[in-house]
Design a protein around this ligand. Structure first.
Ligand SMILES: *Cc1c(COP(=O)(O)O)cnc(C)c1O
Length: 425
């Protein structure tokens, strides 16, 4: 599918008068249309809920938009819980799916009434000790091990993943929870990441539904929700076919009717915890070409770097690039598009065919709406960029300002007085 930027060169020229590059910009219209389509795709399930994975895009303005479509928050840390609380998402509207969890995080999750999803069998005792008593509603994260295979090959490797309880442990754990007076049970599994196929959720659902039936038969424990978690991917590359959420929803419905309904489990709620699918395509990193370099290769240096978008450096991930204003020009130049970090993997693209880039050109790096800004860091003393929201009426709102040097130095207690050589006494 052709990948088109949701802002034009003219629009960016207008935006930069107020907010200089680099910045992440989000497309409100796209976010809303997608959230609505998701809601419709799972409307057949009475208890359905999407818990947006806050870690993907932890911005309260965006969480509030999703809240309008009934979304809750999937949190994994103390500050993510605070963020969810701040936008009024509390109680059962929070799924706390964390691992290696500090005690204070569990405490806050419990205080907010979140549904806690335990990552390990030992966390049952850990949680009970902290809270004095287990919550009445608890979820367990399942990891069957091995590899997750689909018709088109191996999708991922759960056997290598640190998360979740084994099959044996999961049966033991529900038994323990039942004995300890837990009343409402859920199961969660995240077995493959960024799947660009409509078959992932239905396949995962089938596996979990069959397990739910077995849990009911063997232990008399009736699950009240099944959480398919994240992993629904997006088409980062132009040659990929994007997932169709309607097809995915219908696929899950089919196995629900085949497996759960006949087993007397027709009232189980389906939950999802998508991050990437909810937000990824609706964000872009906009940056400016500031240097060209002709050495052993042709380089274009931009004013963003890997601290603004880590995925290419970290995973070698592909992010499509549009040179704004040159959408219809021939891609007859081969470039490495780089940032300024003292790290050779700080490249947004390697050997990418693009139109001829001139200094001052604005470059849109696509699909940064999830796991983009949020993975940012401060290496080389680089500062995090602003986040902007493009409203449906074309106006632009600053939803997070860019960091300044004062932010960078804020954790030295008295930097202003001593120019950074003071440590707290
Ligand atoms: C990261 C994560 C998600 C979201 O994953 P996406 O691939 O962005 O959909 C959901 N649940 C948990 C527990 C996660 O760690």
């Amino acid at each position: 599918m052709e990948k088109k930027a949701f802002v034009t060169k003219e629009k960016v020229e207008e935006i930069v008068k107020e907010f200089p590059t680099p910045f992440h910009i989000y497309d409100e219209k796209g976010i809303r249309e997608n959230a609505k389509a998701l809601k419709e795709a799972f409307a057949w399930n009475k208890g359905y809920k999407e818990y947006f994975a806050v870690k993907a895009t932890p911005n309260p303005f965006l969480l509030k938009i999703l809240k309008e479509y009934g979304c809750g928050c999937d949190c994994s840390s103390y500050t993510e819980l605070m963020l969810s609380d701040a936008v009024g998402i509390r109680g059962n509207d929070i799924m706390f799916s964390s691992n290696d969890t500090p005690a204070q995080d569990f405490e806050l999750a419990a205080k907010l009434g979140a549904t806690i999803n335990l990552d390990d069998i030992t966390h049952i005792d850990f949680l009970e000790k902290i809270l004095g008593k287990l919550p009445e509603r608890l979820s367990l994260r399942y990891n069957p091990g091995g590899v997750f295979k689909m018709s088109n090959g191996i999708m991922d490797n759960p056997g290598d993943a640190k998360y979740g309880l084994t099959t044996e442990q999961i049966f033991e754990a529900y038994g323990i929870l039942k004995n300890k007076g837990v009343k409402e049970f859920g199961i969660h599994a995240f077995l493959a990441s960024n799947t660009v196929t409509n078959e992932y959720y239905p396949m995962l659902a089938k596996q979990l539904f069959e397990l739910a039936v077995e849990i009911k038969d063997k232990l008399g424990v009736k699950l009240s929700f099944i959480n398919l978690s994240g992993g629904v991917g997006i088409a980062y590359r132009p040659d990929q076919e994007p997932n169709d959420i309607r097809v995915i929803g219908a696929g899950v419905k089919k196995v629900y009717e085949e497996v759960l309904v006949p087993a007397g489990l027709g009232d189980v709620a389906i939950y999802t915890e998508m991050g990437r699918f909810m937000m990824g395509p609706y964000g872009m990193l906009v940056t400016k070409a500031i240097h060209e370099k002709h050495t052993h290769k042709e380089y274009i240096g931009v004013d963003a770097c890997a601290v603004n978008l880590m995925r290419p450096a970290m995973y070698g991930a592909y992010h499509h690039i549009t040179v704004l204003g040159k959408e219809n020009e021939k891609c007859d130049h081969k470039y490495d598009v780089t940032g300024s970090l003292c790290e050779n993997n700080d490249k947004f693209a390697i050997d990418r065919m693009l139109p001829e880039i001139e200094m001052g050109d604005y470059i849109a790096i696509h699909d940064t709406g999830a796991h983009g800004f949020s993975m940012g860091y401060n290496y080389n003393g680089k500062l995090r960029s602003a986040e902007l929201l493009l409203h449906e009426d074309g106006s632009v709102q600053l939803i997070r300002r860019a960091e300044t040097p004062a932010d960078y130095f804020a954790t030295f207690d008295c930097f202003d007085e001593y120019k950074g050589i003071c440590a707290r006494k």
